[in-house]
Write a protein that binds this ligand. Structure first.
Ligand SMILES: C[S@@+](CC[C@H](N)C(=O)[O-])C[C@H]1O[C@@H](n2cnc3c(N)ncnc32)[C@H](O)[C@@H]1O
Length: 206
């Protein structure tokens, strides 16, 4: 059995300095992709290598994996990925400019399976209200989980927000999706649930 310690993002309040992302991302064009809760960062490394012309920023609340990923990115000379230690909520509020996110990735976000922890879930109505102004026109949101009740709640919350339409992007899921948690799920033969959503046309003009 794997024993993991979880950092509760809601006990984390450190405010963040704003950052001019063009100083840390060589191809920065004003918009970028964003991964919430990257864990060990397998996806970020894979995605940044697959798409050298895109820029990806990742946020993770556990400090150790952030430091380890920084070392790996440097060693592998991956320059189009930038990773930040902190919570997604504070990062969105303090660092992410309005209209700047093209693709948002939230994979296996919640270690909180228990019902009494449901308020800690990353994808909640307040989070989506916070995320929406940060999205670029036609932005896409990619989410996954291997916990069936969490999947129901994630999908319902996203669609109930009224900001997104469900779309299909099988190529993404077949070729880009690679995470540590996905590997554990595969090994333990758990079903993974995937969702792809696009900002609704009416929302683009907000
Ligand atoms: C179950 S792990 C999955 C990691 C990775 N996405 C994967 O698929 O392998 C969830 C990760 O999200 C992080 N996390 C959870 N809530 C977060 C938040 N609000 N802000 C930043 N990171 C968060 C946790 O610290 C943890 O590393």
């Amino acid at each position: 059995m794997r024993i993991r310690t979880h950092t509760n993002p809601f006990n984390y309040f450190t405010r963040m300095e704003s950052l001019d992302f063009s100083t840390v991302l060589p191809h920065f064009s004003g918009t970028f992709d964003f991964e919430v809760g990257f864990g060990r960062g397998l996806f970020i490394r894979h995605y940044a290598t697959m798409f050298p012309e895109r820029s990806i920023v990742g946020i993770e609340v556990r400090k150790n994996p952030v430091e380890l990923l920084k070392i790996k990115l440097k060693k592998e000379a991956i320059k189009n990925a930038y990773v930040i230690h902190g919570t997604a909520e504070i990062c969105l509020a303090d660092m992410i400019p309005d209209g700047s996110l093209n693709r948002v990735f939230i994979f296996h976000p919640d270690p909180w399976f228990k019902k009494r922890h449901h308020k800690r879930r990353v994808i909640n109505p307040k989070f989506l209200v916070q995320l929406r102004p940060k999205l670029a026109p036609n932005a896409t949101l990619y989410v996954s989980t291997d916990v069936a009740p969490l999947w129901d709640s994630m999908e319902e919350t996203i669609l109930d927000s009224g900001y997104f339409n469900t779309i299909e992007d099988p190529v993404f899921w077949e070729t880009c999706y690679l995470t540590n948690w996905q590997a554990f799920s595969k090994r333990d033969q758990r079903t993974t649930y995937f969702g792809t959503y696009q900002l609704r046309h009416e929302e683009n003009s907000h």
